[in-house]
Every structure is written in structure tokens, then in C-alpha cells.
Design a protein around this ligand. Structure first.
Ligand SMILES: Cc1ncc(COP(=O)(O)O)c(C=O)c1O
Length: 469
């Protein structure tokens, strides 16, 4: 047994409650213990070929197409990341203008970079907890009206925190301008099976939809699906790009996992999703008793534009940060959450969480809540504004004139790097943009809250800046 495997076995025995990805939640009672080595083969005779499927793999893709009601579904073993890279590349030419939600995942920015795209950003508002709100169809329309040469609209719905956009309205507007819409639905592979869910991107007519099965469904890490719909995107173009961005040695373990996940949904999905939603209702209802901590789903006005599968617990106005809450949950309750930020934590849930799992999280939160103090929060909220763009992402990255500078001395300087808080990997600044006071305040608030910041060249707190001649 390898060391890592041994460590993983020991970790499993310690019975941590996994309120985070992947969606299979180590629930071997439900899923069995069949995976993985016995089925780890390569593309031998009789086992089809992911890049040109004609047999058993084609059958899995047909099943995905039927379940999700797509025109064509491609199964992926390199996560949504490869689907996003291939999906964008299948539509754009080098240098094209694209409309991009600023709160996009880094894979979207990587697609911008490798295709030398010209991004026009649409900015979601940010709520009082620092959470990106949804993308407004009106904003999309304004930008498309002013930029008739836009070739693709790229948005994320739901977001990491579960915020959904009105994809239908956005798609209707984009299609009026004959522009296809790509929805990064990495966090929404389960949405089709939830009641009252009218905002799944495929159902709303999006042209390209990418979903990570591993995030919210019982499937192994790395599994995803790219769906297409309508006539604006060609199947052959997507297939060609996937053959570039996806491994030529696809894992049969991962493909088996996709197959099993889809089978489970077909066979038992109705009951599993009913139980799951009952558990969620129970959780949100009970969570109303919390006095100092708050749960985002209970606070929202637009409840129909939210994925309740994400449990976002707010610590603002208490004497602890989100990071501190996640530390307490880990140390005192053996609950590991998906992510923590200044003002909140995200606990991810799925059909693999039992009623007991929800109770365990709930009881821990109730106990912690009793010990917390209510405090005034004087933090100035971030301004929602884009930093000034001095050069393109590619020009900054390719620039040979640069130096390292401490983040405290960055005001007015041009970044050669992305800076991300990870997760979720949304950039605070991109290469070619100019540091201003707002950006530096954001960086400082992350540092103060012990949130890890990652920069392109990994030298944070020093950052490469472009020196103009
Ligand atoms: C919004 C969003 N899109 C895309 C991705 C990439 O997904 P994957 O890890 O399946 O490649 C992530 C991953 O965290 C994400 O949060």
C-alpha cells in the first residue's frame, strides 16, 4: 500500500464529516466498494475510445444526453477545466471580443490568455458579506448593444456560493444578437434533479454548458460533462478542441464513475433527491434558531435564484471570522468544510449526506453559536469597480520588463500576475491591470483574515509588476 493510500485509509477511519467536495462523500454504504484498481484499464479492444466513441463510451454519452436533455453531451475526465477551455476555443478565433462575468473561474481567464481574447467584463454586485450576486440580463444587453463584435457570452451559474443567474433572460438577449452563451455550471450538475429549479442552463437554452459531476453529485474527482444545445455551436468543433485539451489517456475509473453516477440518478434519483431536499429543508428550518451565525439561504430575498445545496454560514457581526469558524469545526467537531472566507464558510452538501450528517453540522453550529458574541462590524465594504486596464493580459504576461515589488508598494503599478484567493480562484487583479487602493484593501483584508492568496508566479507577498520603458 502506498503512503498516500495509507494516509487516506487512516483519515477515513477517523470519521471526519466531509462537508465538501467530492460529492460521493466517501459514502461506501450507498455506492459500494467496487472502484478503483480492478477496472483501471486503457483503451483496449472492446472498450471504445473517449475521443472517437462508438461503443460503450458512446452509450454513456447518450445516457447523459437523455438525462440532461441536451443536443449532445461529452463526458470529461479532466474536470470542468478542460470543458471550459475546449468550449470557449470551439467558438472563438484568436483576438475575438468576449463578454465575460468578472467572477469567472481561472480556467476562463486561461482561455482568454491562450486565445488572446479581448474580454469585456460584466460585473456582478457584491453583497455585504463579500459574495458575488447574480449577473443581470440588462447589463448583458447594454454591453452587447455597445459591442456588436462580441463572439461569446461567458457566465457562471450557480456560483461557488450557490448564487444563480436568470440564465433564460441572458440567453434570450444574447441570442437576439446571435451570440452563443457558455455557462460554467461546474457547481450545478445536480440542479436538474431539484424541485422548482428553473435556472439550469440547458433548460434555459444555453449553447454550451459545463458541469463538474464530482462537485455536487456522487462521482469521483475529475469527472465532468460538457453539453451543447441549439445550432450556434458545432459538435465537431467541440470534439476537436476536447481532443486538444483533454488527456489522450482517459481514466476508465473516472468514466466508470460517470456511468455509475448517471445510472444511480436514472435508477434511484427521484427518491435520493426527495430525501436530500427534505434534509435541506430540515437544516434551513432548524438553522433559523441560530442567534449570531446566519445561514445565507435563510437571508436571501431572491430565494428562487439560489442553490440551497450550498450551506453558506455567515460569521459577520460575530467575534470570529469564517476562517476561525472552519478551524473550530475541524478541531472540535471533525467537520471539514469546503471553503472559508472573511465573513463566511461554505459547506457543500449532496444526495450522499444523510440526515445524521445535517444534524451533526447543525448541532455543531448551534453549540458554537451559543459561545459567540455579537459585535459591530466596521469594515468598509469593497467598492465594485474594475481596476484600470493598462495593457492586455497577454501583453503583461509576455512583457520582459518587470520587477518584484511587495504588495504594500503596488499602488499605481501594472500587475504582471493574477492574484487569486483560492478557492474559488476568481482573480482580484489580472495581468495588465493597475493596482489601486481598493485592490490593496481587498488584499489586506484577506491577509488579515488568514485567507491564502495565490499569485501567478507564487512569490506572494511579492508581486511581479510590469515596468514601462
Ligand atoms: C466556478 C468553477 N468553474 C470551474 C471550475 C473547474 O472545475 P474542475 O475542478 O472540475 O476542473 C471550478 C472549480 O473549482 C469552479 O469553482
Amino acid at each position: 500500500m502506498g503512503k498516500l493510500e495509507e494516509e487516506l485509509e487512516n483519515y477515513f477511519d477517523e470519521n471526519y464529516l466531509p462537508m465538501h467536495m467530492p460529492g460521493h462523500k466517501r459514502n461506501i454504504k450507498l455506492l459500494g466498494e467496487k472502484l478503483p484498481y480492478k477496472i483501471d484499464i486503457t483503451e483496449i479492444e472492446g472498450f471504445d475510445d473517449l475521443h472517437h466513441p462508438e461503443g460503450i463510451i458512446k452509450e454513456i454519452e447518450e445516457k447523459a444526453k437523455k438525462i440532461y436533455k441536451s443536443k449532445k453531451s461529452f463526458i470529461l475526465v479532466n474536470g470542468s477545466t478542460c470543458g471550459i477551455l475546449a468550449g470557449i476555443r470551439s467558438v472563438v478565433n484568436y483576438g475575438d471580443k468576449v463578454l465575460v462575468a468578472r467572477n469567472s473561474h481561472k480556467s476562463v481567464y486561461n482561455a482568454i490568455e491562450i486565445n488572446c481574447l479581448n474580454p469585456i467584463y460584466v460585473l456582478p454586485k457584491i453583497d455585504k458579506y463579500g459574495i458575488n450576486k447574480n449577473i443581470k440580463a440588462d447589463d448583458i444587453e447594454n454591453i452587447l448593444e455597445k459591442n456588436k463584435d462580441i463572439k461569446l457570452v461567458i457566465i457562471t451559474s450557480p456560483t461557488y456560493e450557490g448564487v444563480l443567474s436568470d440564465v433564460k433572460s441572458i440567453v434570450n438577449i444574447a441570442h437576439k444578437y446571435k451570440v452563443p452563451v457558455l455557462v460554467d455550471e461546474a457547481h450545478g450538475a445536480h440542479l436538474s434533479f431539484m424541485e422548482n429549479s428553473n435556472f439550469e442552463a440547458l433548460n434555459c437554452g444555453a449553447d454550451i454548458v459545463i458541469q463538474s459531476l464530482h462537485k455536487t453529485l456522487p462521482a469521483l474527482t475529475g469527472t465532468a460533462i460538457l453539453h451543447i444545445k441549439g445550432d450556434l455551436v458545432k459538435e465537431e468543433d467541440v470534439r476537436r478542441e476536447l481532443s486538444i485539451f483533454e488527456t489522450s489517456s482517459p481514466s476508465y475509473i473516472l468514466m466508470s464513475s460517470i456511468d455509475e453516477c448517471l445510472d444511480l440518478i436514472e435508477r434511484n434519483g427521484e427518491k435520493l433527491f426527495l430525501d436530500y431536499q427534505e434534509n435541506l429543508k430540515y437544516f434551513y428550518n432548524e438553522a433559523k434558531a441560530l442567534k449570531k451565525l446566519k445561514v445565507l439561504g435563510n437571508e436571501l430575498l431572491e430565494k428562487n435564484l439560489y442553490d440551497f445545496g450550498k450551506i453558506v454560514v455567515i460569521t459577520k457581526n460575530t467575534n470570529i471570522t469564517g476562517k476561525e469558524l472552519s478551524d473550530i469545526l475541524r478541531k472540535d467537531y471533525k467537520i471539514e468544510v469546503e471553503m472559508s472566507s472573511n465573513y463566511y464558510i461554505i459547506a457543500m452538501t449532496s444526495i450522499c449526506d444523510s440526515k445524521e450528517s445535517f444534524e451533526r453540522l447543525l448541532n455543531a453550529l448551534k453549540e458554537i453559536d451559543l459561545k459567540l458574541e455579537e459585535v459591530e462590524d466596521n469594515t468598509v465594504s469593497y467598492k465594485i469597480q474594475l481596476p484600470k486596464k493598462e495593457m492586455t493580459i497577454n501583453e503583461a504576461l509576455e512583457s520582459k520588463n518587470f520587477k518584484l515589488e511587495n504588495y504594500k508598494n503596488l499602488e499605481g503599478k501594472i500587475s504582471k500576475e493574477y492574484i487569486f484567493a483560492y478557492p474559488p480562484g476568481i482573480p482580484i487583479i489580472t495581468p495588465g491591470e493597475v493596482f489601486d487602493k481598493n485592490i490593496i484593501n481587498i488584499i489586506e483584508s484577506y491577509i488579515k483574515s488568514n485567507i491564502e492568496l495565490i499569485s501567478t508566479f507564487n512569490k506572494f507577498p511579492n508581486i511581479k509588476i510590469v515596468v514601462k520603458k
